[in-house]
Ligand binder design. Structure first.
Ligand code: PSV
Ligand code: MN
Ligand code: MN
Length: 388
């Protein structure tokens, strides 16, 4: 197995984008537990996200969700982010909270509704111009609840047409990233339920259209690392939304439910050339922290990704290939497991200290007094999404 020193520099290539919505109040359809000190506006969300980067150097950008993060001046928000040592990242569109979208948005049978949804994406592209964002991420709630409710083929054709119009509007250096989800909020069919559909749609658009893989959006027991391999092979893995799931779209802390799965995914990212400076696959979190504190929840999350990245980088590639070619499956499997079972935490603590970072970012944040300062300074924090 390679020495940790041999992979230390590669860890500096890691960039994990944080979702602005992770910092607002969130919950399930049963209850939103309001937390003291949560941000009251997008500026405060950015300030909180910057804390994560400050203690880890892992999260230099923050994704926005429009209109949740609507502000009067995106130039001001960009400047504010830069003043806090972070950048504004992916712009997420939202066509899932307005009454007109009850039966769909980009797939709707009514051309007026489709145009409203397309116009929203045009607004998002304008915002990207102001924020300097590269990626427009589209996740659609479109789908049906009952067999026969609508014509699935017609909806797919309308989706192609709508995406084409949006794609034509993005700049040469920008990307359209289409996310898929197996179910919810539609329960019979989703219009973009799987990677194959997302791939078919983005492949028809062109080179600047790619797929977003949200780890929580698959059927139980799906081999997600196979999808990672295939999309990288096809040059279409634009980004990840990382989170953990036990049952459905649980949006728990990445690496909490199944660190081994996270390891296997990152092994394939590295194998496929999608990691760090090698590729264009963006690592993002798409999580919420319903009952735990939000800033420590995000710090824990990026550290989990870093730990599994370090273990994945430790895989002895040459020995693995030799064992695979020899058909020596138990040796091959053992090589992978040797890397997975390596406790990299002490090495990462030293790695951080060498770079002027706290050995234990969780502890450093807890001792910083920031949590107490926001509880004192902010009253009436916002709900992630609808209230924000
Ligand atoms: C949908 O479940 C999703 O994962 C999409 O990425 C949205 O953008 C995000 O949640 C926030 O609603
Ligand atoms: Mn997502
Ligand atoms: Mn989701």
């Amino acid at each position: 197995m390679p020495d940790f020193a041999a992979i230390a520099d590669r860890l500096t290539e890691q960039r994990i984008e944080l979702p602005s919505w992770a910092f607002g109040n969130s919950g399930t359809r049963f209850k939103v537990f309001a937390q003291p000190g949560v941000p009251r506006d997008p500026f405060e969300k950015i300030a909180d996200a910057a804390q994560v980067h400050r203690y880890t150097a892992l999260s230099p950008s923050v994704a926005l969700h429009i209109p949740w993060d609507k502000v009067a001046s995106y130039a001001d928000l960009k400047k504010h982010a830069e003043d806090h040592g972070v950048a504004l990242g992916t712009i997420n569109s939202n066509t899932f909270q307005d009454d007109i979208y009850k039966l769909g948005s980009l797939t709707h049978s009514d051309a007026k509704v489709r145009q409203t949804a397309i116009d929203h994406h045009f607004d998002c592209i304008d915002i990207m111009g102001e924020t300097g964002s590269r990626d427009l991420k589209i996740w659609l709630a479109d789908g049906t609840n009952y067999p026969g409710q609508d014509d699935m083929r017609g909806r797919q054709d309308r989706l192609t047409e709508s995406l084409q119009k949006i794609y034509e509007r993005i700049g040469e250096d920008q990307r359209l990233v289409l996310e898929y989800k197996i179910f919810e909020p539609a329960f019979y069919h989703m219009d973009v339920p799987d990677w194959g559909t997302s791939y078919a749609q983005v492949a028809a658009l062109g080179d600047r259209a790619t797929v977003c893989l949200d780890t929580g959006h698959h059927a139980p027991s799906t081999n997600i690392e196979f999808i990672v391999m295939q999309l990288l092979r096809l040059g279409k893995l634009g980004s990840f939304d990382f989170n953990s799931r036990f049952y459905a779209d649980d949006d728990l802390i990445v690496g909490a439910a199944d660190p081994f799965q996270l390891f296997r995914i990152i092994v394939e990212v590295i194998r496929g050339g999608g990691y760090g400076d090698d590729g264009d696959t963006a690592f993002m979190l798409d999580q919420c922290h319903n009952i735990e504190d939000k800033i420590p929840g995000q710090i824990r999350s990026v550290l989990n990704v870093q730990e599994m990245t370090a273990r994945a980088l430790l895989v002895d590639r040459d020995a693995l290939s030799a064992a695979q070619l020899a058909g020596d499956m138990l040796t091959a499997h053992g090589i992978l497991m040797d890397a997975f079972y390596t406790d990299v935490r002490p090495m990462l603590a030293a790695w951080r200290e060498e770079r002027g970072l706290p050995a234990d970012p969780m502890k450093a944040y807890a001792e910083s007094g920031y949590a107490a300062s926001i509880v004192e300074g902010r009253v009436g924090g916002a709900q992630a999404g609808w209230g924000a």
